[in-house]
Design a protein around this ligand. Sequence first.
Ligand SMILES: [Cu+2]
Length: 432
Amino acid sequence: MTSSHIPSLLLAIVLGLTANLPVHPADTPVVTTAALAGPAAKGFDLDIVGEEVAVLTHAPNVPPPIQRQHATKVVVNVEVREVVKRLADGVDYLFWTFGGEVPGVFIRVREGDLVEFHLGNHPSSKMPHNIDLHAVTGPGGGATSSFTAPGHQSQFSFKALNPGLYVYHCATAPVGMHVGNGMYGMILVEPKEGLPPVDQEFYVMQGDFYTKGKFGEEGLQPFDMEKAVDEKPSYVVFNGAVGSLVGDKALIDRCAGFRPGTLNTPTASAKHTLRALARRWLFLNDEIHEHDKVLRDLTEAVAPTLLDGFGIGADTAAEMLIVFGDNPDRVHSEAAFAKLCGACPIPVGSGATNGRHRLYRGGYRQANAALYRSTIVRMRFHQPTIDYVARRTAEGMPKREIIRCIKRYLAREIYQRVMTDHRARQAIEHAA
Ligand SMILES: [Cu+2]
């Protein structure tokens, strides 16, 4: 795959922005990196007034429109990071990114601006990277001046002469591999006269991913060079992940990108509050994913059979392992385990029970809650459980009683699975 294939890998759109603005082809000249040596770079350009640090945003948000009527020096700081993130539910991928997300950060400057570009490459990176801005004429659109090894920084300057919306990307060989791993984004050079006003601006960019596993195959998926060369992507997604533009996350991203301005209207104050809530949601969401991953790795190592059970996720498994403790043998029977989880009903009345039971409120309530969560999952998605619920409902059993029975059944199954894993571990220890 060569760099000439890149346009076929990507389709970039910015809704609301592009209406009256030509999207320039790849090699539209703007200015040369030779401006480095020119008077502009030395600060003698009389057109350049002042200096500012560019506001960079992650998709789907774009930086605020440019209000100023003059050219200025704009400092752009972008750091390349190689990060593991979600590609789809249950699927992780090692993305190579401009700024920690795919697509890369959105850069917004004005025609005539002098751009001082700083490219950092995080010390944890495994590869060198650079940036071909396409908004720059010069060796590799800036790529030659920005080749940066892990843990290093590079810097180059250019003057943005031609307005346009440009796709930038990493141009380190093999280029297709760097682009295929997520190294692309957009830079907008706004025309001097500004853009026509719009209600909303969004940053939406399509990208392709080539994984060893087929679409949806779980776990950390490695890059598949063969599929990339054949241009047969496993994933074609907007904004770096399956479903990134729909559902809760899309709404939260939108709110996190609000620009409330001065807080002198109810709308501005509502935006301010929503943005604060959304940012906290995103932070906590990331933290939850991080903990989930740790929990999944730990439980997979000690309780693979337990995790195989339908509807038994890492959180339920972890809860159950806590109940058993270091010595599962101390829980002498599945009935004892059920009692420990509070999943052992007490007959109603002292003698004739009519088969009716009272819920037992004792036991370890966290384990009971975990049993309940798995039960609810099974009632929704597990065909044998769905059939069981239908049968017992037809027999006139109330839902509450049905749930009680499934929890009791689940406790028995979990006991057996935990003991299977425990015996396997014991066998390994004795053999050692
Ligand atoms: Cu790269």
